[in-house]
Design a protein around this ligand. Structure first.
Ligand code: ZN
Length: 177
């Protein structure tokens, strides 16, 4: 009987996290950090690749620009950007920089691999800390509008899955035929 009451409450929580814009960070420009965690195997519901034509709806159109430090990852960043409709490149867009180590100026968290300051003021990515560069980019772009969902690990299955609080790096030791 308790589960009947719990389920709608959990659903409401998920929706609240997704719908609530990062209004607080928009005002104080505090970073929104994303951590990397190591797991032995991917859950069955995590897709290994992005949908070919994913363009999840967003509240408003935004733009970004890839800085020179991200040149080696430009393709992955553009793939990640295509996860969101109305997100395009522009010379006046959110600057996206790439780091060579974990991000320590994001305002907390350990092993932070991505940060979005001020909901789109600027974005930093540490591609060396994740197995899926495009997913990390998609996630940080998602912070232009959204906070974290209640999923444990980020994945390509839905906008909410992209917005999980962690990018999970799965061991290749679980490969099967
Ligand atoms: Zn995040």
């Amino acid at each position: 009987m308790r589960k009947l009451f719990l389920a709608p409450a959990l659903l409401a929580l998920v929706l609240a996290v997704l719908v609530a814009p990062s209004s607080q960070s928009a005002f104080n420009a505090e970073g929104h950090g994303t951590s990397a965690v190591e797991l032995a195997a991917a859950p069955a519901d995590v897709l290994s690749e992005g949908p070919s034509a994913a363009a999840w709806p967003v509240p408003n159109a935004r733009t970004y620009r890839i800085l020179s430090s991200c040149s080696p990852y430009a393709s992955a960043i553009r793939t990640g950007a295509r996860a969101w409709s109305g997100l395009t490149e522009s010379s006046s867009g959110t600057p996206v920089e790439c780091r060579n180590g974990y991000i320590t100026d994001c305002g907390g968290g350990s092993r932070v691999v991505g940060c979005n300051w001020g909901a789109g003021q600027r974005i930093a990515l540490y591609m060396g800390g994740v197995n899926d560069d495009a997913l990390l980019a998609a996630h940080e772009f998602g912070h232009n509008w959204y906070g974290h969902s209640s999923y444990q690990c980020a994945g390509w299955g839905s906008a909410a899955q992209v917005m999980a609080p962690a990018i999970c790096n799965y061991s290749s030791a679980t490969t099967i035929d």
